[in-house]
Design a binder for this molecule. Structure first.
Ligand code: CU
Length: 410
C-alpha cells in the first residue's frame, strides 16, 4: 500500500508563536504571529505535505503543523523569555514513529503512529535553538521536520543569559548612551530586531523514495544518504526571488539600528554564507557565546550548526562619501549568498534561485523609527541631511576609521 495520495500543500515562510507576554515579537512579522497566554499550549502535529519548490515542482515532505498556521516549513518559530513554561501538545499524524527534540533541552521520545503526548519544559538560557525530529537520523529532519526557537534572556541588554565580557561590551557600546558613538551611532539593540536564516536542502528524488515506501516502513538512512544530491536550497523555507524579497527574511533598518541574524542549518549541506556591504560579529556558535566576537563576512554553517551574528547597521565600510549624494540610492540592498556555490541554484543550475537574500539600509537616517516601505517615496528628491540625527556625532567617521584600520567590505 502506498502512502496517502491526497496530501495538503504546506506553506512556507515565517510564522511565530510567542509563549507568555514577556517576549517581544519582531515588528516585521506582519502576518502569522500569535501569542499564547501564560501556561497556554501549542498544538503541534507531524503531517505529510506537498511543498512547492521555487520552480513550482511539488515535493513530498514531512512538516510540523501548528493549530494556528497549519503545516509549515520551517515549523512555526517559537519565541520565549528564559524560564517561561512551554507546553507543546504533540500528535503524530503519520504512519511511522516521530519525535520532537531540542538537543540539551527536551526530547519527546518516539511517538507511534497516531500517538499524542504533551511536553512541558522551561525556556532555556537565552540563545538560538533548532528543534527537529531526531529519529531515523538524519532522515526525519531532512524530510522537513525542523524549526527554530529563539529564547531571550531573563535580564540584560544582550541576547544571552551569561554573555562573555566582550559580547557584553559590544552591546554596552550601542546607542546614544553607548561608549563608542563613533562606531555605533543610533540605537541600542532592540530585542525585536532578530532575523532567522534557517538553511535547508532538498533532494526531491530521495523525498519521493520515502513517499513510495509501504506505509509505516522507515527508510534505511544509508539508502537515503547514498547518492544524496540536493537540487533545492531553502532559506527559512523560501529561495531565490522569494527569500530575497521577503522582509521577514532580509534584515532591514536605518543606519544605527543593530540587528541579530540567527543562522541555523537543518539540512545536509555545509553552508558558507557571505554577506556583502558590511561585516558581522560572530557572537555565538552552537549555543556557546563567543569569547572573542571577531568580525567577518563569511562563516561556516555545518549541518545542525547554529551561528548568531551581530549586524551593526553602520554605513557600508567602503562607502565614501556617506550618505551618498543621490537619495534615490535608498532603500539600499546588499546581497547575501552562500559560497557553497550550488546552493545558490535550483533544479540543477537555475541561478540565483537558491539560498540567497539581501540586507537593506532603509534610509540614511540614524536610528529609529525605521523608515517604512510606504515611506520610501518620501525620501526621493529630499536632502539627506534632513535625516541626520543631530544628537549623534560622527556618522561618516565610522567608515573613515574602518578604512584606516584596513577593513574592506568584501
Ligand atoms: Cu560572496
Amino acid at each position: 500500500m502506498k502512502r496517502r495520495e491526497f496530501i495538503k500543500y504546506g506553506a512556507y515562510g515565517v510564522t511565530v508563536v510567542a509563549f507568555g507576554s514577556m517576549v517581544t515579537i519582531p515588528q516585521f512579522i506582519k502576518v502569522g504571529a500569535a501569542r499564547l497566554p501564560n501556561g497556554g499550549t501549542l498544538k503541534l502535529s507531524m503531517k505529510e505535505v506537498l511543498f512547492e519548490m521555487v520552480d513550482k515542482r511539488p515535493v513530498y515532505h514531512w512538516a510540523f503543523a501548528d493549530a494556528m498556521h497549519g503545516p509549515r516549513i520551517p515549523g512555526v518559530m517559537l519565541m520565549a523569555r528564559e524560564g517561561e513554561m512551554i507546553n507543546i501538545a504533540l500528535t503524530n499524524e503519520m504512519d511511522e514513529a516521530h519525535a520532537f527534540a531540542i538537543p540539551g533541552v527536551v526530547d519527546s521520545g518516539p511517538l507511534a503512529a497516531g500517538e499524542s503526548r504533551t511536553l512541558t519544559f522551561a525556556a532555556p538560557r537565552g540563545g538560538t535553538y533548532l528543534y527537529f525530529d531526531p529519529l531515523n537520523a538524519p532522515v526525519n529532519r531532512v524530510m522537513g521536520l525542523y524549526g527554530a526557537m529563539i529564547v531571550l534572556p531573563a535580564a540584560g541588554n544582550t541576547p544571552y543569559s551569561d554573555p562573555t565580557p566582550l559580547v557584553q561590551g559590544l552591546f554596552d557600546a550601542l546607542g546614544d548612551q553607548g561608549t563608542m558613538p563613533e562606531f555605533f551611532p543610533g540605537d541600542a539593540w532592540d530585542p525585536a530586531r532578530n532575523w532567522v536564516w534557517l538553511f535547508a536542502a532538498v533532494d526531491h528524488k530521495k523525498n519521493e523514495m520515502v513517499r513510495n515506501l509501504p506505509a509505516g516502513q522507515a527508510i534505511d538512512p544509508e539508502v537515503f544518504l547514498d547518492g544524496y544530491l540536493p537540487q533545492y536550497f531553502l532559506l527559512t523555507g523560501k529561495s531565490g526571488f522569494f527569500s530575497s524579497h521577503d522582509p521577514e527574511i532580509f534584515p532591514h533598518g536605518n543606519i544605527g539600528q543593530p540587528a541579530i541574524i540567527r543562522t541555523l542549518n537543518a539540512g545536509l549541506a555545509t553552508h558558507s554564507p557571505h554577506i556583502h556591504g558590511t561585516h558581522l560579529a560572530q557572537i555565538a556558535v552552537d549555543g556557546v557565546v563567543a569569547e572573542n566576537p571577531f568580525s567577518l563576512d563569511t562563516w561556516s554553517l555545518p549541518p545542525l550548526g547554529r551561528v548568531d551574528l551581530f549586524h551593526p547597521f553602520v554605513a557600508p565600510l567602503d562607502a565614501f562619501p556617506w550618505p551618498p549624494s543621490n537619495i534615490l540610492e535608498f532603500p539600499m540592498p546588499f546581497t547575501m549568498h552562500c559560497h557553497t556555490e550550488m546552493s545558490q541554484t535550483a533544479a540543477g543550475g537555475n541561478y540565483p534561485q537558491g539560498a540567497v537574500t539581501d540586507w537593506e539600509i532603509r534610509s540614511p537616517q540614524v536610528g529609529g523609527p525605521e523608515a517604512s516601505e510606504e515611506e520610501f517615496p518620501s525620501f526621493r528628491g529630499m536632502d539627506p541631511a534632513m535625516f541626520k540625527r543631530t544628537s549623534t556625532a560622527g556618522r561618516g567617521s565610522a567608515g573613515h576609521v574602518a578604512k584606516e584600520s584596513g577593513h574592506g567590505s568584501h
